[in-house]
Design a binder for this molecule. Structure first.
Ligand SMILES: [Zn+2]
Ligand SMILES: [Zn+2]
Length: 428
């Protein structure tokens, strides 16, 4: 899309070097020709907007200081409220609506407009062939993505009026042509993006994009001239097994119906919600399992985790007599990851072992400890040193404090999660 700055000179139809006198004359001329009193009632609102835009342009360009600001910085200089710009309608709206007006002489030749650049491509498009798609997010749990899911819901949508078949008026009535858009149904509008304006095509607000309208007495009784009525409809989407974040599920032609257009689609964008136990990467899953110290050393046969479909996953440890489980050890279970779409295969499941060491509640007798010492592997050979200092220590040191005394400022551990982690650790 072309990005174009607002051209206040274009609003008044003067050249950039215009003298104050020329600007004043141009203003008088533009103000007179756009005075709302000169327009029929249905166009008055649009005319009023144009009228005010002309005044705002004059306000800036006739004042030497403001004009200099505008010449050097463009409209950016006036973002965030210039005195006198705050009252009345927003300048954005004014300009958008103003440039949206069809048939205002001279607009086509405005400098700095970058030529006709309709949003939908192609020169001077007719009404879009297809009504707009409805895009929305749809949150799915990992369980549902694992098993697949059918979701039914009721949706309100506009359908073509059954009484007037989408004409909007009574059978024998003839519609009037909209003068604001000259029957086109759309107008070129400028939309503010930051300090720039982008040009695109938008439906005419006077005739609701129809180009024509019926007078009140000729309007269809059922749809009141809207051509469509609202209806409730049951819809169903299917989320396939193994689908993932960002995938789209499209209900073709289920968006609102618009006369003379092919209805658009409802598009759901899948968003995977966080799972308390499993994390997913592609087709693989990972989770942490807790194993007691005794189990890690002596073995077990039990369910270590409940899978996403509710099955218990049972493991027998050790596989080879005498093997122990270490903290952080990873058990890979092939084929127990996520289903892979359109196939029978699955990813793998990676279980990370967390060995739970005995806590405060474990109060073994001296004899038990002596026995354990006998049973468990002996320590490594003593470390030889010439001088030996016996020192005090804090048994609850915190690596968060590591590097905190660095004179260059800041520990190496500060990150976004810093506060959160500290808070979580505090109660222990
Ligand atoms: Zn109708
Ligand atoms: Zn119109």
């Amino acid at each position: 899309m072309a990005q174009v700055e607002i051209d206040l000179y274009g609003v008044l139809e003067v050249h950039r070097e215009a003298s104050k006198e020329e600007i004043r004359k141009a203003y008088r001329k533009a103000a007179l020709s756009s005075h709302p009193d000169k327009f029929p009632e249905e166009e008055r609102e649009t005319a009023e907007v144009k009228f005010k835009a002309v005044q705002e342009a004059y306000d800036i360009l006739y004042d030497d200081d403001k004009r200099h600001l505008y010449d050097t910085h463009g409209m950016a200089a006036f973002n965030g409220g210039m005195p006198g710009m705050g009252d009345g309608p927003d300048l954005d709206d004014i300009l958008q609506q103003m440039f949206g007006m069809g048939g205002m002489g001279g607009m086509g030749g405005m400098p700095g407009m970058g030529g006709g650049m309709p949003g939908r491509g192609g020169p001077r498009p007719n009404k879009p062939r297809k009504s707009p798609n409805e895009e929305q997010k749809y949150e799915v749990s990992l369980e549902d993505l694992y098993k697949g899911k059918t979701v039914k819901f009721s949706s309100k949508k506009n359908v073509i009026c059954s009484l007037c078949k989408g004409r909007g008026g009574k059978e024998k009535a003839t519609p009037k042509t909209c003068s604001a858009c000259e029957g086109q149904g759309y107008k070129e509008v400028l939309t503010r993006v930051g300090q720039f304006l982008t040009q695109s095509t938008a439906a005419c607000t006077v005739c609701n994009g129809q180009g024509t309208f019926f007078s009140p007495k000729d309007k269809c009784k059922k749809c009141k001239g809207n051509k469509t009525t609202e209806e409730k409809k049951m819809l169903e989407i299917y989320i396939p097994r193994g689908a993932s974040e960002g995938e789209k599920i499209v209900l073709e032609g289920e968006a609102d119906q618009v006369p003379d257009q092919e209805p658009g689609d409802i598009v759901f964008h899948l968003v995977e919600t966080d799972h308390p136990v499993f994390q997913r990467a592609g087709a693989d899953l990972t989770a942490t399992i807790d194993v007691t110290l005794a189990e890690a050393l002596t073995g077990f046969t039990r369910v270590v985790i409940k899978h996403l479909d509710g099955r218990g996953i049972e493991i027998t440890h050790p596989k080879v007599k005498g093997e122990v489980l270490s903290p952080g050890q990873v058990l890979k279970i092939p084929g127990e990851g996520m289903p892979i779409k359109r196939s029978d295969s699955r990813g793998d499941l990676y279980l990370v072992v967390n060995v739970k060491f005995p806590g405060e509640k474990w109060t073994p007798s001296a004899a038990t400890l002596e026995k354990l010492k006998e049973i468990l592997p002996k320590p490594d050979p003593l470390i030889e040193a010439e001088t030996i200092d016996e020192v005090e220590y804090d048994p609850n040191g915190d690596l968060e404090d590591f590097g905190g005394g660095d004179p260059r400022g800041g520990s190496g551990w500060v990150d976004e999660d810093d506060e959160e982690q500290t808070a979580q650790c505090a109660p222990q």
